[in-house]
Ligand binder design. Sequence first.
Ligand SMILES: [Zn+2]
Ligand SMILES: [Zn+2]
Length: 183
Amino acid sequence: MFISIHDLEVRKLEFAESFAPGVIDLGPDLIQRTALKATGRAELLEEHHGGKNNIQDIRIVGGFSTQVELKCARCIEPVVQDLSSEYDLLYRPAGTVTREEEVAINEAETEIGYYTGEGLLLEDTLKEQILLSVPIRVLCKEDCIGLCPQCGQNRNLSPCDCAEKISDPRWAALAEIKEKLKH
Ligand SMILES: [Zn+2]
Ligand SMILES: [Zn+2]
């Protein structure tokens, strides 16, 4: 859904959208399992900088919820996770913010983005918000013992022949580091 500054000049926009899995590309590591529901509103905030120098910011306030599938950080089995988050975002026309202003905004901890042209796609905003709300690391279970660093077998399912030599939990940590270095 395109949020156009020209429409917002007329009135603020209330939205309640549903996006089926696949409509928004979340990248290769994240699988969307249920419809993504997003509600909220978009409005125009005009900043007057004297003369004709007005800046039109787009503010988007709302929330989303969906369910995604990630990979366990230790055994890479799928983990299903509910995701939801609220957002209150400000988008400025690209190229209008000075360095000093940007610092001030960051200090105010307002989330700020930029749009170019006539507006922005709600889908892009949602994608960004989803990726921000995904936990960096998930486990299929608290005590997941992960893959065997030697033979690669999922040790949650069955112990392998190397199991006795590598019972030290520090090996699991090492295996994880190794796994990360590969990517
Ligand atoms: Zn696991
Ligand atoms: Zn093994």
